[in-house]
Design a protein around this ligand. Sequence first.
Ligand code: BDP
Length: 654
Amino acid sequence: MKPGAIFYTMLALVCVACGADKPAGESCAIAAEYLAEHYPGTVSLDIDTADTALSVPDAFRVRREADGSARVTSPSEAGLLYGACALVRMSAQDGTAPLDTVEVPAYSLRVLNHWDNLDGTVERGYAGRSIWKWDELPDKISPQYADYAMRCAEVGINGAVLNNVNASPRILSSDYLEKVKAIADVLRPYGIRTYLSVNFASPMALDSLPTADPLDPAVRRWWSDKADEIYDLIPDFGGFLVKANSEGQPGPCDFGRSHAEGANMLAEALRPHGGIVMWRAFVYSPADADRAKQAYLEFQPLDGSFADNVILQIKNGPVDFQPREPYSPLFGAMPATPQMAELQITQEYLGHSNHVAYLAPMWQEFFSYVDPASLVAVAGVANVGDSECLTGNPVADANWYAFGRMAWNPRLSPAQIADEWTARSLYADAASVPDSVRAAVRDMLLASREAVVDYMMPLGLHHLFAFGHHYGPEPWCDVPGARPDWLPRYYHRADRVGIGFDRTSGGSNAVAQYPDSLYALFNNIDSCPEEFLLWFHHAPWTHRMRSGRTLWDELCYAYDRGVRTVDGFIPVWEAARPYLKPGVYEAMAPRLRTQAADARWWRDACLLYFAQFSRMPLPAGIEAPSRTLEEYMKVQLPISNFECPSDSLLNLYR
Ligand code: BDP
C-alpha cells in the first residue's frame, strides 16, 4: 500500500499518551508523523498501564476497532512508537490493521555498537564515513541523526553505543561529552538510549593518574566523578561498553586484576545512576594453542563474580565473526552471569558492502544452538555510515532491519523478515510485484549467506582472509613477525594428509568446552555436522563425505556451488528491476557482478592453493581457473575501505 494523495488523510489521530490534560510527548508526536506518512487510516495512540499482557514498558497492543480505525496501546511512549511502526508493517500486505496483536520484546536491551572513530573513520565500516559529525557537534545537528533514529525505532532498537570499542580516551573529555549529549538529545524521543565505549586507561590518558588499577581508590573516584559528570548532561545515559585486554587495548589485567574486578569497578561508578557495563569477552592471546578456546578459559572461571549491572557481551562464535562458526561455548557455561550476544551486521568478513549476504539465516542458526531465553540482551555491530542510504548500499539495510527484528523476537523466521523488509524498502509498490518475482528475490536473500560460506570457506574452514582488510582470499598469507593466530595457515592447517583444525579430544580439545551432547556430536568425525567438519577435524583429503564424494571433491563442489548460486542472482535482479524503488537496481547491479567475479576469485585461488596439498585434480564439471596461483598471490588490495561496484575488483588491483 502506498501513501498516495487519496489515502493521505490522518483524519483523527488522537494522541492521549500523556493524559488528557497534557500535550503529547515527543515520541508520540514522532509516531503520529510516521503514521501520517505511512498509514492511510485513523489511529489512536493511548498509554495503557493496566493491560497485564503489556508486561514490559516497550510492549504494545495493536487492535482494529469496530469502526475500522486502529488503536495502539502501550505502557510507554516508546512502546507507542514501536506499535505505530508495527501497525504500518502489519498492514503493508492487505492495508488493514490486525485484529488484535500483542508484542512483548524478548530483551529489554537491543543495542547497536558503532565502531566509529572520533576522526570520522569507521573500523570495518563500508557505508562511508561516520554518521556522527564530531567536528560539527554540538552546534550543528546533521539531519541524518533523526533518520537513523527513526530507522532504529522502526525495528525496536533502543540503544546505541556511539564509538569504537577500540576507544579513544578523548570520548570522555568534557568537550566530547557535550557532543555526546547533543546526539543523545536527538535519539531520546525515538526511544534510544546513548552508551559509550570507554578506554580502560582513561584516567591515565585524560587526567594523568599514575595508574588505572581498578582497586586504586583514586581511580575508582575518577570513574565515579566521570559518571556523575555524564549523568548531569545525559540523565538517561545507558552505560559503558568495554574492550579490555584484547588486541592491545588496556585493561585490568595490566594491573594484575581480573576482568571481573575491572568490570565491577565501572559498574559501581554507574550503579547510582542506573547505568550498566557491557564487558566484552573477545579476548585471546597467543598463550593457549587454540584461539577458539581462549575466551572460555579466561571468563568461565569468573562465573558469579561480576556485579549485577554487568553483562558479559560475547561474539556469536568463538573466533571472530567468520561466515560460519559454531556458537561460542561460553554461552550457557556461566549460569550466574548475565550474558548478551554480539552479532556483526557490518560485513567485515562477508564481502563488505559489495556482496549481498542477508544475515538473518546466520543469526537464526546461532539461536538454534543458544536458547534466546538464556540471554538478557543482544548487540549488533552496525553497518551504518554517512552514505546516502546510511548502509553503503540499499540491500545492506536488510541486515540492520533483520538485526532489530531478531533482537525483538529471535524466533522470527528469516523469510518473514525478508518479506517485511522487501515490502518496506525494496519495492516501489509491493502489491504490484508478481509472486514469482517476490519469491525469487526472497530466495536470493535467503540463499545469499550460505553462498558466501560456499565460495569463501565451506565445510568449516575459517579465516582464509587476506591480512588487514578481510575481503579477498589469502590462504597462503605469511606476514613476517605477525602473530600466528592472525594468519590463515593457523586455521586451515592444510598438509599432504588433509585439511582442518583438529579441535577434538585428540587435538586442542576445544570441543570439550561444549555441553556433553554436542561434545559427542562434534568430536566424532562421522557424526560432526559437515558444515563444521574442518572447524573441528583435520580430515584426510580422501575422507568419505555423506554425499559419497571424497573431501577434496566435496570442497571443490562447495566452492563451485557458491559461484553458481551468485551467478543466479543476476537474472533475479533483472526480473525485479521494474518493481524496485528508484536507484536500487542501479546501486546493486554492478555489485552483483562484482560478487560473481569475487566468488570466482575465491574459488579459484583457494582450490589452486589447496590442490598443492591434496595433489588431486578438480573433479568433472568444475570450471577451470582462469589464472594461475602465482597470479592470484600477486593480488594486492588497498588496506583502506574500498567501495567498488566494478566488474572485478581483481582486475583493478592486480
Ligand atoms: C575484529 C575486527 C577488529 C575489531 C575486533 C573487535 O577485525 O577490527 O576491533 O574484531 O571486535 O573482528 O574488537
